[in-house]
Design a protein around this ligand. Structure first.
Ligand code: NAP
Length: 275
């Protein structure tokens, strides 16, 4: 459920996964207008849906319509997956766990590391809490709207005791923190197709050997990642987070491991075809 939702690649990956595992399930994308969210949620229960994914702009507002929200999603303040267990609708957030799994698969362990997050929206919240749980030692947040970065920093302090540094998106101001970060993550929507020339750091400024992650997954290599790769950084595309958050949701709905290779194949095939 999202609005708009026509562009979503989730039906493709989940239907491939259901087919490969023999689950008698079908995944459909439903455009749900903001004013119709409570009716749509009631419909999930009434019609016996097994579950749902939730995307922009409903991830936060949906919480008040659910029977229960598990602790990780409650702390993030956003739900991207719902499980209908027959009696109640339970909200989960698989963005953070999907993000950490993608980092681990790429070979980066956040424990003890210094991380710079660019952006402070819903995806940044999931990523920031997951990084704190994975024991990163220093977190800096830079955002166009400083007040939003401060809000995220405050909730990390309230809920985890971590005190992040907060910056505007000014590259001169970011110079030092950027050069000291082990991992730099773009969680803004800058660089997403069709505005592929956009990037949160037009000057680059990456350091050789740094890890650089872009949550934007279309195109697979954004300008942000291209500049980092050319500087000699290790780069990770947001497509892997999309894959692993989907794999976690699949497990929540079916109780079995997701066929990740099948999902990965259709996902990369679809994005390569689009580009
Ligand atoms: P969101 O809550 O709307 O947050 C958007 C963020 O981008 C905010 O920090 C916003 O800054 C910043 N921003 C937007 N336009 C900007 C501009 N022109 N210049 C500078 N900053 C700008 O969105 P979200 O849900 O966090 O999603 C953010 C991105 O992550 C999207 O591209 C989404 O597709 C991607 N994402 C990927 C995955 C994945 O699985 N790979 C999962 C979730 C999200 P302000 O606070 O100043 O508005």
């Amino acid at each position: 459920m999202g609005y708009p939702v026509e562009h979503s690649l989730s039906p493709l990956i989940h239907n491939a996964a259901f087919g490969a595992t023999g689950e008698n399930l079908l995944y459909l994308a439903f455009p749900v207008r903001p004013g119709e969210l409570s009716t749509a949620v009631a419909g999930l229960k009434a019609l016996g849906f097994k579950g749902a994914n939730v995307t922009v702009p409903h991830k936060e507002k949906i919480i008040k319509y659910l029977d229960r929200v598990e602790p990780i999603a409650a702390r993030i303040g956003a739900v991207n997956t719902i499980v209908n267990n027959g009696n109640e609708l339970v909200g989960y957030n698989t963005d953070g766990t999907g993000f950490i799994r993608s980092l681990n698969e790429a070979g980066f362990n956040p424990s003890g590391k210094n991380v710079l997050i660019l952006g402070a929206g819903g995806a940044a919240r999931a990523v920031a809490f997951a990084l704190v749980d994975a024991k990163c030692t220093k977190l800096s947040i830079a955002n166009r709207t400083l007040a939003n970065a401060m809000k995220l920093a405050d909730s990390l302090t309230d809920k985890c005791g971590l005190i992040p540094e907060v910056y505007s998106m000014d590259e001169k101001e970011l110079h030092l923190v950027l050069s000291e970060a082990d991992l730099v993550i773009n969680t803004t929507s800058l660089g997403m197709w069709p505005k592929v020339e956009d990037t949160p750091l037009p000057g680059g400024g990456f350091k050789k050997g740094q890890w650089v992650y872009d949550l934007v997954y279309n195109p697979i290599e954004t300008k942000f990642l291209k500049q980092a790769r050319e500087r000699g950084c290790y780069v990770i595309s947001g497509l892997s987070m999309l894959l692993y958050q989907g794999a976690e949701a699949f497990t929540l709905w079916t109780g079995q491991d997701a066929p990740v290779e099948v999902m990965e194949k259709v996902l990369y095939g679809a994005v390569n075809k689009k580009n």
